[in-house]
Ligand binder design. Structure first.
Ligand code: MG
Length: 258
């Protein structure tokens, strides 16, 4: 099933894609919802990010180029970071390059959406706690990485977390390709066999640190091939089973006081 959020005439709706139309639903997508009977055509809606996340957690440098490059030992403490929920935007929205840098990086990623409270869960049980998946773009401004190694500022600007276009609840995350096209040219295209820390390991590990809640979004890392981009570039992040998340980059028009 494919869940979506969208606006029509500045009214906000939640819906499910059924064939070529969107059927409006009411309620909590994680627990209890129902159809309202209202139906929209895809062409009349403006898609939003498919959920307002509870928290957003990312993992650093999680893909290798070939399986030969996979490390024989996993890191004892993986590199995780938080992104603010205020950085979320939807399909087609502008990614704003902040003042203080001319270029940022795109990072196409599988985004896991937690559906049930999860604490101390085993790797084998992880998928029982997952509601679905969307595509995430973990936009990053390395110019704002702190020299002491903290990434928070460089990951946190408004518009730095595009999500969408839909939440797919019925796909197998172990049989996908995570892709990105920059101005139409393919830059990323990798499968989960190239992940250093698997989705199951990642979610299980995090659940032993913090209680994961419905609506938590975990960005599972970006394949090799992420590049610097400039204003005027257009990025399409794609996982075929979910859809394509397309956003243009623009330069900020107001300067940020520092
Ligand atoms: Mg990333």
């Amino acid at each position: 099933m494919k869940f979506t959020r969208f606006t029509v005439d500045s009214n906000e709706y939640t819906g499910v894609i059924v064939d070529e139309v969107i059927r409006e639903i009411k309620g909590d997508i994680f627990t209890d919802w129902d159809y309202t009977g209202k139906v929209f055509s895809k062409s009349e809606v403006k898609l939003l990010a498919p959920l307002a996340p509870n928290q957003i957690i990312g993992i650093g440098a999680n893909y290798v180029a070939t399986t030969d490059d996979l490390p024989s030992e996993l890191p004892e403490i993986p590199v995780f970071f938080f992104k603010p929920t205020s950085s979320v935007i939807g399909p087609e929205d502008d990614i704003v390059i902040p003042s203080g840098c001319d270029t940022v990086k795109f990072e196409s990623e599988l985004a896991v959406i937690i559906g049930k409270e999860a604490k101390n869960i085993s790797e084998a049980d992880v998928f029982d706690y997952v509601f679905g998946y969307t595509v995430g773009n973990d936009v990053t401004a390395p110019a704002f990485f702190h020299e002491a190694g903290h990434w928070t500022i460089g990951k946190s600007f408004d518009t730095f977390t595009p999500l969408g276009p839909f939440i797919e609840t019925e796909m197998n995350p172990l049989d996908i390709r995570v892709k990105a096209r920059l101005n139409g040219e393919e830059k990323q295209n990798s499968g989960p066999e190239l992940m250093i820390i698997s989705t199951q390991k990642m979610v299980s590990y995090l659940s032993h640190v913090m209680t994961l809640k419905p609506g938590d979004v975990i960005l599972t890392g970006s394949p090799v091939g992420a590049e610097f981009v400039h204003a005027g570039d257009v990025i399409e992040c794609e996982i075929e089973e979910i859809g394509t998340l397309k956003n243009p980059f623009v330069k900020v028009t107001v300067s940020v006081e520092r």
